[in-house]
Design a protein. Structure first.
Length: 68
């Protein structure tokens, strides 16, 4: 699953730690999500969308390989 977290963080001038603090997770969690090594829960994705003031689909993109 692709994501635009790093881009959105830059647009809002947030560090990984800033975002982590806002959604109450560790910086390492943000790092692994950004790298595509961890797929966040629905609740976590919604929290990110709320912080960035965008739709979840503007953060995450399902790839064809995710359907298999």
């Amino acid at each position: 699953m692709k994501n635009r977290i790093k881009i959105l963080r830059a647009m809002h001038d947030f560090t990984q730690q800033d975002l982590a603090d806002k959604i109450q997770v560790s910086r390492q969690t943000i790092n692994t999500i950004e790298k595509g090594k961890y797929i966040p829960s629905t609740l976590l994705a919604l929290k990110m969308a709320d912080v960035f003031k965008v739709n979840v689909l503007e953060i995450f993109e399902i790839e064809e390989s995710d359907w298999k």
